[in-house]
Design a protein around this ligand. Structure first.
Ligand code: MG
Length: 476
């Protein structure tokens, strides 16, 4: 007798086996997509204040895309940048370490300048370098400000691709441009010689600033499209709303908040376009997006500077307005829509969170200050951070533990005011008094003693790196 062409006795049996085969294939595919390493996108504003987005209460700046990101994701109320000015803040974001550890701070030159000879030390491990060990594609599209000499550029720090300004958009000012701050009231492209780089090559000088946000957006979307099928890190540090403010024709003159509002609204548009491209490529469920700012608003510039909302002071200062910034996280299907976290968190935690989710190991021979935000983001428990140290340049000015913040020193962000050392530290309860108006030190000697002990423990343990911001390029 010939064997039957199909070894099943009944149609039902055949149906069951074929279904099982499909189910196995489907679950293998799900397991594969489950195992797929997540993409990370970090959108990073420059000098955007705590109060400058609709979802943080600004009455006239319109930010529907970032508001949507908050509504679909998680909004932090107590999120900090690790420094109150650009260079140290970015060094901390990308290394997960307080700037004092890698020397990316200074009491004489607060950031890197076009004549600076230093940059992020090569022995630091950046987020991009750590993710490269897991096969990530990496791009930095925007302002770098961690060293503009060839050996310090993003392409030497783990980024496959770079497009952007090597330092701030107000640097390389031309000698005959109008003097003083009035230059910022009516800025013209030709007042600054700041270059635009692609990888290590200068492609434009001066950079055409009104089109920067639009071009960054196009570059970011192109990178996402090119890397849709593999894990990637996309870091987008915008040029604005750092002064001088430039918006493209489409946004100029549109915002009820004036020019400052125009540039923030254009950045919001950019965030919306980048999120739309993530959705369009079908990778939203594999992509964690963060949005934050490198420091608080530059109050020195009046209407050209932003707002820290109800927080005290701004950029340059260790009062809350200098370092508490907007913090949003978005990951459909993983982060609960509309979540609000009052946990203490900071930009250094982004480093540790991404490494943890990618299964990459942090360097084991040094202290990492970031903590994994996973429990907070995914609603699986309390935040792991209970302490935050506020440095101004190389000096520790303040500490926060729980709702209490003690200031050992205070100083305005900019201006002539000298630093004031407090023999009895000032103490504020940031839950009751986020504006830091009412010193409650005399009511809580035990809290003050505990915070002083935390500071002492931290101070004695910190290994300070050689300072990187002071050396200048030798002129011939
Ligand atoms: Mg900044």
């Amino acid at each position: 007798m010939l064997a039957p062409p199909f070894p099943f006795k009944s149609g039902l049996q055949r149906f069951l086996v074929v279904s099982a085969l499909f189910a196995t294939a489907f679950s293998a595919q799900s397991a594969q997509s489950e195992q797929r390493l997540p993409n990370f996108v970090i959108l990073f504003a420059d000098d955007l204040g705590y109060g400058d987005l609709g979802c943080y209460g600004h009455p006239t700046i319109r930010t529907p895309n970032l508001d949507r990101m908050a509504a679909e994701g998680l909004r932090f109320t107590d999120f900090y940048s690790a420094a109150s000015v650009c260079t140290p803040s970015r060094a901390a974001l990308l290394t997960g370490r307080y700037p004092v550890r890698n020397g990316m701070c200074s009491d004489t030159r607060r950031v890197l300048f076009p004549d600076s000879a230093g940059g992020l030390p090569q022995d630091e491990t950046t987020l991009a370098e750590a993710l490269k060990t897991k096969g990530y594609a990496t791009a930095c599209i925007g302002k770098w400000h961690l060293g503009h000499l060839p050996q310090y550029l993003p392409t030497r720090n783990g980024f496959d691709y770079y497009f952007g300004l090597p330092y701030s958009n107000d640097m390389d000012r031309v000698a005959d441009a109008k003097l003083g701050r009035s230059i910022f009231l009516d800025p013209k492209v030709e007042y600054w010689k700041v270059p635009l780089l692609q990888n290590a090559k200068m492609i434009e000088q001066p950079a055409h600033q009104p089109s920067l946000t639009r071009r960054y957006t196009a570059e970011a979307i192109k990178f996402i499209g090119q890397n849709r099928s593999k894990p990637f890190l996309l870091y987008v540090p915008y040029a604005f709303p750092h002064v001088p403010l430039f918006a493209s024709d489409r946004f100029a003159g549109q915002s009820p908040r004036g020019l400052y509002g125009d540039v923030v609204e254009e950045m919001d548009w950019s965030a919306g376009e980048i999120m739309a491209s993530i959705r369009k490529e079908g990778i939203a469920e594999h992509t964690l997006v963060f949005f934050s700012s490198d420091n608080g608003p530059w109050l020195l510039f009046n209407e050209q500077g932003g707002s820290a909302g109800l927080l005290r002071e701004g950029k340059g200062s260790t009062w809350e307005g200098g370092m508490r910034v907007p913090g949003l996280a978005w990951w459909p299907g993983k982060i609960k829509a509309g979540a609000v976290s009052r946990d203490l968190a900071c930009t250094m935690d982004i480093f540790s969170t991404c490494l943890s989710l990618a299964g990459a190991s942090p360097p084991s021979d040094r202290e990492i200050d970031g903590v994994d935000l996973g429990p907070v983001l995914f609603g699986k428990g309390k935040g792991r951070r209970d302490l935050f140290f506020y440095y101004r340049d190389t000096q520790l000015y303040a500490v926060r533990k729980g709702p209490f913040k003690a200031h050992f020193m205070t100083r305005a962000g900019y201006g002539d005011e000298k630093a004031e050392t407090h023999d009895r530290p000032l103490l504020f309860h940031l839950g009751h008094d986020p504006a830091e108006k009412f010193d409650v030190a005399k009511d809580h000697p035990d809290v003050l003693a505990d915070l002083a002990k935390e500071v002492e423990r931290h101070r004695t343990a910190v290994v300070r790196g050689p300072l990187q911001l002071e050396e200048r390029i030798k002129s011939n």
